[in-house]
Design a protein around this ligand. Sequence first.
Ligand code: PBG
Length: 338
Amino acid sequence: MNRPIPSRTVAPFPTTRLRRTRSSAALRDLVRENSLGVNDLIWPVFVVEGDDVEQEVASMPGVTRKSIDRLVEAAHEAADLGIPAICLFPYTDPALKSEACEEAWNPDNLSNRAIRAIKQAVPDIAIMTDIALDPYNANGHDGIVQDGEILNDETNVALVRMALAQAEAGADILGPSDMMDGRIGAIRSAIEGADHRNLTIMSYTAKYASAYYGPFRDAVGASGALKGDKKTYQMDPANTDEAMRLVERDLMEGADMIMVKPGLPYLDICRRVKTEFGVPTFAYQVSGEYAMQEAAAANGWLDGDKVMAESLMAFKRAGCDGILTYYAPRMAKMLSEA
Ligand code: PBG
């Protein structure tokens, strides 16, 4: 993958005809360099309060917020399809949002109740969480805000509490998505201290200040609350070297897996992470990417299934070990039918 091609492997035409190995499906199958399997998929899901509730997310056609009972059913189906992990995002009642964000580490908050319910009913699927204050913050930011400033170290204290509550609830993969400095180390030492030795951390290491998150903020009910932008903590889309420094930093602090986010517009970052560090590398095909493809498909401008499969293969080609994608169950079905 991405090795320089020694010139001797390319004899002049007609000795070399690169179309030969493309001439039949069997030959194409034989020489295919990358593959996408159900094991590569992590399914992000939205959970909402209530019983037997399922709400459409207008900007993400085909995606719903589900009450815990419905989510447990969905987790069952995902596990049956062979999807290894789901990632929970709560839609928080605005009445529970505050400046101090205490609901984030309430052991009985919606997200922690969902973790327990899924763990009990579907023990084989790994549960990934989101660690950031935005679903619980009255101002929609990922960190504690004071006088207009997003406070780093004070936020880390809150994130550690949040991580410990998720660990106690039974999470398998913690996903710090907040981009505060030092949070991976703080979380790692707290969970080691609490004897959660096998609890993994997938750090949202290279998370860019992106306009592609819009539909997600609708899904979790954070768009209304958000004041300003996230540019003082999320990365500048112009930067690459800085992402490599963040990867090195997060690995040193105890991250087990690295994530790049958004996905397709940042495949160069995925490739560099994999090539330079050789660590488990993931990408998040975010809400805006999903919305764009689905909008075009709904208009009949693109073939939705084909674009889904092609977009997910692109991540594998770029060196990713897996992809967080709203397409996970649909792609898994397509793979099982193939
Ligand atoms: C929040 C968070 C965001 C996403 C995942 N966790 C949004 C943000 O940073 O504003 C985006 C996911 C998506 O767009 O699909 N900490």
